[in-house]
Design a binder for this molecule. Structure first.
Ligand SMILES: O=C(O)CCC(=O)c1ccccc1C(=O)O
Ligand SMILES: [Mg+2]
Length: 323
């Protein structure tokens, strides 16, 4: 006997969380719970505004279509919508026991440039110290100085930087000029420095600063390939697709000698803990990019260890569909 519950959630965000061009006041999405033979599997489907191509309504329609056939005995599922493919594959994976329980709750702390705050976050971090800094929002020169300051202040720190394709080659060079040459190797990678892939490749070649693909991974013509100056690919499952698809990308990256970094698309604590399990399973040697829970005012159903945010219970959610 198969049973399904589909819920909608809307979690309040901290003030001032801005995605590209809009303020994100709430994080909205769907939770699905599949039951079969006394076992349960949960999944989160939460397309991210400005990043996902599908809307939440489209994701809901696609999810309902699949859930109807699943309760009627169908097995396979295919969704062209990445958020749906990810959430349903998580629910199926929990039901079938192939998403291991063991999780990697380390996360590369997102740092706003204040070294004192970063000291505090890194103090409790066992092993490798890696933090992530968003660059490209203000002056490139200022970004360069902050990177210098942090690497100088914390000698065993490595940084991941993310420019989200915001720089021209000239701006990117302005940044690189301010980073002391001996510090460049402690930049684990800089995600998508320039507006085009070719400019980013040239930047890496000319500056010796390693780059990573993030936005590119989601483009139709993208292939995982070793390239000089390329250190990593960033995999955001909500934007990329099913667990199986992500697993294939990770394998291709590792075969090409690249790091694969499982990262957040600002999922709730339920989705984030599943990403932490995927990371422990698929990328055990790499700290995942999951430091986004603190952007929210509440957790959802499953808590993240040591988070003090209140946890919203499933009973307080609106039911979209139940069979
Ligand atoms: O990758 C991380 O460490 C955190 C996640 C993150 O930065 C992010 C989260 C949602 C949407 C876009 C991005 C981004 O990489 O710019
Ligand atoms: Mg990025």
């Amino acid at each position: 006997m198969r049973k399904v519950e589909l819920y909608r959630f809307s979690l309040p965000m901290e003030a001032g969380v801005i995605l590209r061009h809009q303020r994100l006041k709430t994080r909205d999405g769907l939770l699905v719970c599949l039951t079969e033979n006394g076992k349960q599997g949960w999944g989160e489907i939460s397309p991210l505004p400005e990043f996902s191509e599908e809307t939440l309504d489209e994701a809901e329609a696609s999810t309902l279509g699949w859930l109807h056939s699943w309760v009627n005995g169908e097995q396979a599922f295919e969704s062209a919508l990445p958020s749906v493919a990810f959430g349903l594959s998580c629910a199926m994976a929990e039901l079938n026991g192939f998403l291991p329980q063991k999780a990697d709750y380390r996360k590369a702390p997102l740092c706003n440039g204040d070294p004192d705050e970063l000291f505090a976050a890194l103090g409790s971090m066992p092993g490798e110290k890696v933090a992530k800094v968003k660059v490209g929002l203000y002056e490139a020169v200022r970004d360069g100085m902050i990177v210098n300051l942090l690497l100088e202040a914390i000698p065993d720190l490595k940084l991941r930087l993310d420019a989200n394709r915001s720089w021209t080659r000239a701006k990117a060079d302005g940044f690189a000029k301010y980073v002391q040459p001996e510090f460049r190797s402690r930049i684990q990678f800089l995600e998508e420095p320039c507006k085009t892939r070719d400019e980013s490749r040239e930047f890496a070649r000319d500056t010796g600063i390693a780059i990573a693909w993030d936005e590119s991974v989601r483009e139709a013509d993208f292939m995982v390939e070793a390239e000089s100056g390329l250190a990593a690919i960033v995999i955001k499952p909500t934007l990329v697709g099913s667990i199986q698809h992500c697993q294939m990308l990770v394998q291709q990256a590792h075969q090409a000698g690249l790091m694969a970094v499982i990262s957040s698309s600002i999922e709730s604590s339920l989705g984030l803990t599943q990403l932490a399990r995927m990371a422990a399973w698929l990328t055990p040697d790499t700290i995942p990019g999951l430091d986004t829970l603190s952007l929210m005012k509440s957790q959802l159903v499953r808590p993240w260890p040591e988070s003090e945010l209140p946890v919203l219970d499933v009973d307080s959610l609106d039911v979209v569909w139940r069979r």
